[in-house]
Design a protein around this ligand. Structure first.
Ligand SMILES: CC(C)(COP(=O)(O)OP(=O)(O)OC[C@H]1O[C@@H](n2cnc3c(N)ncnc32)[C@H](O)[C@@H]1OP(=O)(O)O)[C@@H](O)C(=O)NCCC(=O)NCCS
Length: 167
């Protein structure tokens, strides 16, 4: 549990009943749309059906009332020795700036480290909509290590952030 001035957050592993809430968070993020919600839903169903060490991990951050206000999805990249990817992190637009992203990322880093992770990698966009995400990653010790120009679209680069674990 992470206590902040105005918020008490609990990060926990997802259960199947969280499925609809994840779509709700994405669709109320002011960034993601139905296609993203469908993609995450497919990953979530897969993860709940067959949990395991090389499966997607889903976590939610809940406020004092127990309601999930953000979620993360991350996991071990099975082609590597100890590299983990953070695939998604998202907070409700109405819950921004209260440490939700920080709590989710800190928990993902702690889990990956505890399971022998060596490196965590995040792919993100260079556009202004992802300013908050890039700030969050930097605040949690991630550095921009690579850029692929025009990866997502003309003028929308891929930024790859990485952080050593177990340091
Ligand atoms: C990225 C996101 C998860 C951050 O969540 P959040 O709960 O608002 O962030 P936090 O309150 O935990 O802030 C964490 C750090 O990032 C900084 N930060 C986050 N958003 C910021 C913003 N829009 N502007 C300035 N700083 C910001 C905070 O200052 C804080 O820094 P600190 O730890 O040094 O104090 C949230 O903005 C979001 O859901 N964005 C839309 C989805 C997205 O872009 N996801 C990432 C790509 S998958």
């Amino acid at each position: 549990m992470i206590a902040l001035p105005d918020t008490v957050l609990t990060v926990r592993a997802c259960v199947p009943e969280d499925r609809a809430r994840l779509s709700h968070i994405l669709l109320n993020s002011d960034v993601f749309g139905q296609h993203d919600a469908d993609t995450v839903d497919e990953m979530f169903v897969q993860a709940m059906a067959k949990p395991g060490p090389d499966q997607y991990r889903f976590t939610v951050a809940c406020g004092e009332d127990g309601e999930a206000v953000g979620f993360a999805c991350y996991g071990w990249e099975s082609m590597t020795q100890g590299t983990w990817d953070l695939f998604w992190v998202c907070a409700l637009a109405s819950a921004r700036g209260r440490g939700v992203g920080r709590a989710l990322l800190a928990d993902a880093v702690a889990t990956a480290s505890a399971e022998g992770g060596r490196l965590m990698v995040i792919y993100t966009s260079s556009t202004p909509a992802y300013d908050g995400a890039r700030r969050l990653y930097r605040s949690q010790g991630f550095e921009k290590t690579a850029v692929i120009g025009d990866y997502y679209a003309e003028g929308d680069d891929l930024n790859i952030f990485a952080r050593r674990l177990r340091a």
